[in-house]
Write a protein that binds this ligand. Structure first.
Ligand SMILES: NC(=O)c1ccc[n+]([C@@H]2O[C@H](COP(=O)([O-])OP(=O)(O)OC[C@H]3O[C@@H](n4cnc5c(N)ncnc54)[C@H](OP(=O)(O)O)[C@@H]3O)[C@@H](O)[C@H]2O)c1
Length: 342
């Protein structure tokens, strides 16, 4: 049995869902994988920081977090206020970086992950920023350190996208992919079909937590573009930034166009794609009308879908239904087990 020490930077929806999943899977981790764990540190922006090198009481911390309380009083030593200093002080084996995404620079998450790797920790994240802005550097650093930098949850939450191309598909060349990768816009397009106008649909999506207070990143296609950029960078070895993706959001899709599509038995979807054209990989996010024979047609609500085109398998698709912090947490757990397996 090996005891692994974990540290969690970011303890919001995803961090807490991950902590709950760890507790739920505790016996299985032990019996199937010989993994025991303790959480040495939890870092938040406004809800305090806690370090206990003998392991925090995770149930009690989760209870406090659920009540919106600070985690500060669980700390058995002064917890540094700076992320990198905090990470070094935790003396963990793995860092889980789940702070909010910074689309422009990827910081401070990049620095958090760099610090973890330099301190001989594996780094696991659901945060897209470090992938979009520092994938190659962080992967090279992880390799030099003999550690893993894993990020399954950054695209389609817990669905196996990156791990699929690490092992099960040897000698396969990825030519391109198409997909519905942003839950918020897919949900809003569905509400528009049901007759709501754009502002009503956005408000409804916000009221049930699918759209953020500032929904621009989803509606204008930035979240989708960052995912296309990450997939192209990691899976096609084509380092694209979100700014290099030909991007259009869903603002221009009018109720009239939605109705016209419905009359023809079609639907509007925000389609993400990338394709290798000679030596270039071109990425795109744009609304597209799809017919009932398209696999996109039946992707409803917050579900997502990706179809890969490869040199051998012409079409290989993955659907994820009902995503949320719990499915994202599963991607983190799978990464953790995979990191320990080397
Ligand atoms: N929600 C999902 O299902 C989902 C799916 C895929 C990927 N992700 C990604 O996962 C990450 C976390 O998402 P979430 O929904 O858990 O967000 P969240 O609920 O807003 O939680 C973010 C956490 O990070 C902390 N934080 C804020 N600024 C920080 C900083 N500068 N340094 C360190 N910690 C900081 C926050 O502290 P306070 O508690 O004090 O605010 C909070 O604990 C994001 O990058 C998101 O894009 C989320």
């Amino acid at each position: 049995m090996t005891l692994y020490r974990l540290s969690l930077v970011g303890f919001g929806n995803v961090g807490q869902a991950f902590a709950r999943l760890l507790l739920a899977k505790k016996d299985q981790l032990k019996s199937r994988y010989n993994i025991e764990f303790q959480v040495n540190g939890i870092f938040t922006a406004r809800h305090g920081r806690a370090i206990d090198l003998e392991g925090l009481n995770l149930e009690a911390v989760l209870d406090a977090a659920a009540k919106g309380e600070s985690v500060e009083h669980f700390s058995r030593m002064p917890a540094p206020a700076g992320g990198p200093e905090f990470i070094a002080a935790c003396q963990a084996d793995v860092l889980f970086e789940n702070s909010p995404v910074n689309h422009l620079t990827g910081q401070p998450a990049i620095e958090h992950i760099r610090t973890a790797l330099l301190n001989s920790m594996h780094a696991v994240t659901a945060n897209k920023g470090p992938l979009a802005h520092a994938y190659r550097d962080l992967t090279a650093l992880a390799n030099r350190q003999g550690k893993r930098f894993l990020f399954e949850s950054t695209v389609m939450d817990g669905a196996p996208i990156f791990s699929l191309f690490r092992q099960p598909l040897p000698a396969l060349e990825l030519i391109g992919f198409t997909g519905i990768l942003n839950s918020c816009t897919n949900y809003i397009l569905g509400l528009l079909e049901s007759g709501l106008d754009f502002d009503e649909a956005v408000r409804k999506a916000q009221s049930i937590g699918i759209a953020e207070t500032d929904p621009t990143a989803d509606i204008d296609g930035w979240d989708a573009a960052i995912k296309v950029a990450i997939l192209a960078t990691v899976l096609m070895d084509a380092p694209l930034t979100p700014q290099e993706i030909d991007r259009q959001g869903i603002r221009q899709v009018s109720p009239q166009e939605i109705a016209a599509a419905a009359r023809e038995g079609m639907r509007w979807k925000l389609v993400c794609s990338a394709r290798r054209e000679n030596s270039l990989v071109l990425g795109k996010v744009a609304p597209r009308m799809v017919a009932p024979d398209s696999p996109f047609f039946s992707i409803n609500g917050t579900s997502s879908y990706i179809q890969f085109e490869t040199d051998v398998l012409p079409g290989l698709g993955i659907v994820e239904t009902s995503p949320g912090p719990e499915t994202t947490a599963y991607g983190l757990l799978a990464d953790m087990i995979n990191a320990f397996a080397i």
